[in-house]
Design a protein around this ligand. Structure first.
Ligand SMILES: Nc1nc2c(c(=O)[nH]1)N[C@H]1C(S)=C(S)[C@@H](COP(=O)(O)OP(=O)(O)OC[C@H]3O[C@@H](n4cnc5c(=O)[nH]c(N)nc54)[C@H](O)[C@@H]3O)O[C@H]1N2
Ligand SMILES: Nc1nc2c(c(=O)[nH]1)N[C@H]1C(S)=C(S)[C@@H](COP(=O)(O)OP(=O)(O)OC[C@H]3O[C@@H](n4cnc5c(=O)[nH]c(N)nc54)[C@H](O)[C@@H]3O)O[C@H]1N2
Ligand code: SF4
Ligand SMILES: [Mo]
Length: 733
């Protein structure tokens, strides 16, 4: 049954379309009885089917015939519609008044102030003095428009995204090793491996539906988990190796050492498809089992056993997530995983690969198209040919494209107190909770002349610091594409009207272009789907070529399409589209470096930045707490159902032995402190953490008041995962 467009939906679309001269409501936006769309939380990219009645989304189910989730969804997915209706949605723009209070204003006032303030800052301090920080959580078309508007239209040079907190390490590692930022796998590999190695990843909590794919593996696979904590995933694994935090690099070099010593390597693959193995073999010669055992806390037998399992596997896949990426030496650790896959020939075949699992629903879109760490579509700001190519495609003056790279996230922040950056525009991220070391972060932010926050809610920690809040539509209230962990381009669809005057980020950017006076540059960028056509052209001839994806309908019909999909490739007849369903990279052994070879890259192991001492004797680990919580909880915190599934208060996991020594009782309030500060949390006694280690979930604002800002030198990703901390009892204090 088809439903009519009712009041609010048509009013909003009218505003979006008429104010921008976008013409009539396209037929495909007309609501239907059900609408499939990709989930807006994690990078798994499940498809959800929204059921509509009288043009209202009334229910949601997990889509059965989608190749990612096959009818499954996790609690966040099931509860996706609830956060849209929260009472603290930003329904108008808000401007800070003289008393420091955010008061509602209309769009015209908001955008006039936006332009006036940012232009004044640029005039006083130079064009580089305004920067943006965006996200991996909205559509690729929105990322592309924002990146182009900010850099080519508004003259900014510096812009980064929360993907720096998350994926920067994997992106740099792949780029250096493979010649392009290209996760090689397809989810089918979870089902086809006979050995599955998870390093610093807890998919039972963080990617529950990927974990379902592991459970569908019929080869009785050996599941290996390398994590200091006995996580939910470790509990379900064949073997858990509880290494000393941040000893991954030593461990991985040690495994390579034993493999080489035993002759358990694939010489043919190494010879034909790689470069640098001899030097690498030389490097790992020092990483003897004795040394590695001391560094990792694993016994020599455990090391031998782990190597034997990898050797005996015919299809070994390696998967890593934040336990590797968030590290002071994350890039080299990720590459040490890549090296293991290369030297054993475990890449390019079913059930193999050196596979980085992404985090947010569109981390991959951000890596390709946000115009932050690289020029649109994986191009290079420093390459004049690339700048000319993009300028020609967009019909703009090449001089408008910056010929230098953006500063990284932490460097942007550091420029604030020294008056180099004075205006900041924060979009769809909440760093006043999620950025490392909140004390420093807030100090830097307080030195801005003007802070704009664009979010669904006016109550986030970041919005509360803003001078101007722009109200954004969220998932389900707009359309566009997102790219999941296995490079699958999927679709967001509009199934609900955004509340009040909130607008899709896409149309906020269009309005800003108009107020800034550069709308002519974006005439062709008239709708998300028009931008998708531009992205296709930009991608042509690159490893992430999507020129063969005709339009949104084709994406829908095929159940998402993995990149690359090149113009002229035969998709088969939709909806069957057999060859489109599951594809992995490097089946021909050719990598993206000009010589076609992957590189072995390595470095010395470096000491951890903040070791424990007698004042701070505990290693504080951080990460995801439950499958019902998402990051800073601005969305998942709005669902009563989800709230029942996780602890209300910040909590700290302590080993019972330590608790006994400190006389801490279960559920007691304790102080957790680090050199950055002290917070209160409830004690949870559990042997999932080892003695001397404690764990806090990132979903509570307390956690990043303690973390220590150290960074990987290549990726500049924060090393969130460990710092030195102490526990004291409240009752004594
Ligand atoms: N429910 C839920 N799911 C999510 C998210 C969410 O907020 N909630 N966020 C999404 C996002 S953006 C991301 S990036 C992913 C993150 O997904 P994961 O990376 O799987 O989750 P984390 O809990 O951050 O970290 C994984 C593990 O790293 C371990 N670890 C800590 N230090 C080390 C170390 O030195 N070495 C090793 N080997 N392991 C270590 C931790 O103990 C933890 O169990 O989850 C995504 N999915
Ligand atoms: N200690 C510690 N800290 C961590 C981590 C850790 O493991 N340990 N993990 C890090 C990682 S991997 C990540 S990815 C970050 C995540 O950190 P954040 O990006 O700060 O976390 P979110 O809560 O997802 O913030 C997204 C914001 O965007 C808003 N939003 C959602 N959809 C839209 C939209 O369509 N448009 C607009 N304009 N706004 C929208 C939400 O309301 C929310 O305020 O946290 C990092 N912080
Ligand atoms: S696993 Fe991820 S993509 Fe799937 S329903 Fe849950 S949050 Fe959404
Ligand atoms: Mo992330």
């Amino acid at each position: 049954m088809l439903h009519q467009v009712n009041g609010p939906l048509s009013r909003e679309l009218e505003l979006e379309t008429s104010s921008l001269g976008l013409g009539k409501l396209p037929k495909r936006l007309m609501p239907q009885a059900t609408q499939k769309l990709v989930c807006g939380f994690c990078s798994t990219g499940c498809s959800l089917t929204v059921h509509l009645r009288d043009n209202e989304a009334v229910n949601l189910t997990a889509t059965r015939d989608y190749p990612v989730n096959l009818g499954e969804a996790c609690p966040k997915g099931w509860e996706s519609l609830t956060p849209l209706k929260a009472p603290d949605r930003a329904t108008t723009p808000y401007l800070k008044d003289r008393s420091g209070k955010l008061v509602p204003v209309d769009w015209d006032a908001a955008l006039s102030v936006f332009v006036e303030k940012f232009k004044a800052i640029q005039k006083k301090y130079g064009p580089e003095s305004v920067a943006f920080l965006s996200t991996g959580q909205f559509c690729t078309e929105e990322m592309a428009l924002l990146g182009a508007l900010a850099k080519f239209g508004m003259g900014m040079v510096h812009g980064d995204a929360n993907t720096r907190q998350c994926m920067a390490t994997a992106a740099v590692a792949y780029k250096q090793s493979f010649g392009f930022d290209a996760p090689p796998f397809t989810y089918k590999d979870f089902e086809e491996s006979d050995v599955i190695v998870f390093v610093g990843a807890n998919p039972c909590i963080a990617h529950p539906i990927m974990w379902q794919r592991v459970l569908m593996n019929r080869n009785d696979p050996k599941i290996i988990v390398i994590d200091p904590r006995k996580t939910e995933t470790a509990l379900a694994a064949t073997r858990h190796y509880a290494i000393t935090p941040k000893s991954d690099l030593a461990l991985l070099y040690g495994l390579a050492h034993i493999l080489i010593r035993n002759g358990w390597i694939n010489e043919i693959f190494i010879e034909r498809h790689t470069q640098g193995f001899t030097q690498f073999a030389e490097h790992v010669r020092d990483f003897t089992p004795e040394l590695v055992s001391a560094a990792t806390g694993l016994s020599m037998e455990e090391l031998q056993e782990l190597v034997s399992i990898i050797h005996r596997g015919e299809r070994v896949s390696f998967w890593w997530t934040m336990g590797i990426n968030q590290s002071h030496e994350g890039v080299r650790a990720a590459q040490a995983i890549i090296n293991l896959a290369l030297m054993t020939g475990n890449i390019g075949r079913p059930g193999t690969g050196a596979n980085s699992i992404t985090g947010q629903c569109n981390a991959m879109g951000s890596r390709l198209f946000s115009n932050t760490t690289n020029l649109l579509g994986g191009h290079d700001f420093l390459n004049p040919e690339h700048r000319r190519k993009i300028a020609d495609l967009l019909k703009i003056d090449p001089g408008r494209i910056p010929d230098k790279n953006s500063l990284a996230y932490d460097q942007i922040l550091e420029q604030i107190p020294v008056n180099k950056i004075k205006g900041l525009w924060v979009i769809a991220t909440n760093p006043a909770h999620s950025w490392i070391n909140q004390h420093d972060f807030r100090e830097m932010i307080s030195r801005l002349d003007f802070l704009v926050v664009q979010d669904m809610y006016h109550t986030t920690e970041m919005a509360q610091l803003a001078d101007l809040v722009l109200p954004a539509a969220g998932w389900g209230e707009k359309e566009g594409t997102v790219i999941n962990s296995e490079r699958r381009v999927g679709l967001f669809r509009k199934v609900a009207a955004a509340p009040g005057q909130a607008l899709a980020d896409f149309y906020i950017f269009k309005l800003i272009a108009k107020y800034w006076g550069c709308e002519a540059m974006f005439r062709e960028w008239s709708s998300p789907e028009a931008v998708f056509q531009i992205m296709k052209k930009i991608s042509e001839g690159t490893p992430a070529d999507i020129s063969g994806i005709r339009d949104y309908r084709m994406i829908e019909e095929c159940g998402g399409i993995q990149w690359p999909w090149t113009e002229g490739q035969d998709p088969g007849a939709p909806p069957k589209a057999g060859p489109l369903k599951e594809r992995r990279l490097f089946e021909d052994g050719r990598f993206y470096h000009p010589d076609g070879r992957a590189r072995f890259l390595f470095d010395d192991v470096r000491p951890i930045p903040e070791p424990t001492d007698s004042f701070y004797p505990f290693t504080l680990l951080t990460g995801r707490g439950t499958s019902a919580q998402w990051h800073t909880q601005t969305r998942t915190g709005k669902s009563g159902v989800l709230r029942k599934l996780y602890p209300k208060d910040a909590y700290v996991e302590i080993n019972p032995e330590d608790a006994r020594r400190l006389q801490v009782e279960p559920n007691e309030w304790v102080f957790v402190s680090s050199l950055r500060g002290m917070v209160r949390a409830r004690a949870v006694l559990t042997s999932t953490v080892k003695p001397g280690q404690i764990f806090m979930a990132m979903h509570y604002p307390e956690t990043n008041r303690l973390t220590f800002a150290a960074f990987d030198p290549y990726s500049r990703q924060p090393s969130y995962k460990i710092c030195a901390a102490n526990i004291t009892r409240l009752r004594n204090g």
